[in-house]
Design a protein around this ligand. Structure first.
Ligand code: GDP
Ligand code: MG
Length: 162
């Protein structure tokens, strides 16, 4: 079986947009409204000649559990079944309490984590990415999933983690 890369993070940080970038197609459903990810969440991807599975998350965001518990539950399941994880943070917002809760799960899992500082659409956003060193997950990779900026460098790090 192909190695599995899970994409986790809060609603609306750009997980599905990043998945579309990685797979080079528009299959993961992106919405301005948080919480929209359709049921089929696993896609085949390739980078630098290596194939892997990329798993989008977020389909249960409107669950009765409430936001924090729902994000945590999805992240926990995705992390468990993955070989490596991309943790996506909205760098324009910064780290929230929900993000910190996911960081705890990631630490406990012992799985390799690549930190994606998303929505760095231009040079002026780089400082926001740098601030995410505070999460203690190592280097934040500045990325614009919307425009493709920085995704190649991040995927190079992903291949080292997978
Ligand atoms: P998800 O809920 O984490 O899957 O987030 P989505 O991929 O559905 O994206 C939520 C919103 O953020 C959409 O309006 C996207 O267009 C927007 N978005 C995603 N990535 C970026 C980015 O790199 N830059 C900017 N400016 N917006 C982004
Ligand atoms: Mg989504």
């Amino acid at each position: 079986p192909l190695p599995a890369l899970a994409i986790v993070g809060r609603p609306n940080v750009g997980k599905s947009t990043l998945v579309n970038r990685i797979i080079g197609r528009r299959e993961a459903v992106v919405q301005d409204k948080p919480g929209v990810t359709r049921d089929r969440v696993s896609y085949e991807a390739e980078w630098a000649g290596r194939r892997f599975k990329v798993v989008d998350t977020g389909g249960w965001e409107q669950d009765v559990l409430g936001l924090d518990a729902s994000v945590a539950a999805q992240a926990e399941y995705a992390i468990e079944t993955a070989d490596a994880v991309v943790f996506v943070v909205d760098s324009t917002v910064g780290a929230t309490d929900t993000d910190e809760a996911v960081v705890k799960l990631l630490r406990r899992s012992g799985k390799p984590v690549v930190l994606c500082a998303n929505k760095v659409d231009g040079q002026s956003g780089e400082a926001d990415a740098t601030a995410l060193w505070s999460l203690g997950l190592g280097q934040p990779h500045p990325v614009s999933s919307l425009h493709g900026r920085g995704t190649g460098d991040m995927l190079d790090a992903v291949l080292e983690a997978l």
